[in-house]
Design a protein. Structure first.
Length: 104
């Protein structure tokens, strides 16, 4: 999946990094998407959320491509998020810290 615009999202616990971020509880045993808070989306994209575009998720030296989708609650990490959850061994009641680190 290639895209002329890709937002890079890093999973990091570095307290010195003050990039836009949000903390999310994994509240399902097998999540298929992750809701993105409206305030976070507004900081990154203003009023033009690039639905259908790809985001790159980075955790240490690993990366995943996930499609930004829209559901009734707003923007979500969709296609590809299940693989990220599986590869990262995330499980119900884990917390995920999401920080934006830029665009390509």
């Amino acid at each position: 999946m290639s895209s002329p615009f890709m937002t890079v999202i890093e999973f990091s616990m570095d307290p010195k990094n003050n990039a836009p971020s949000f903390l999310k509880l994994i509240d399902d045993y097998d999540p298929i998407f992750l809701e993105i808070p409206y305030d976070f989306a507004s900081l990154l994209w203003g009023g033009k959320v690039p639905y259908g575009q790809c985001l790159e998720l980075i955790d240490d030296d690993l990366s995943w491509v996930v499609r930004l989708k829209r559901n009734v609650s707003g923007p979500v990490l969709g296609d590809g998020f299940t693989k990220f959850v599986k590869d990262s061994s995330l499980k119900k009641n884990d917390y995920l810290l999401v920080k934006a680190i830029g665009t390509k």
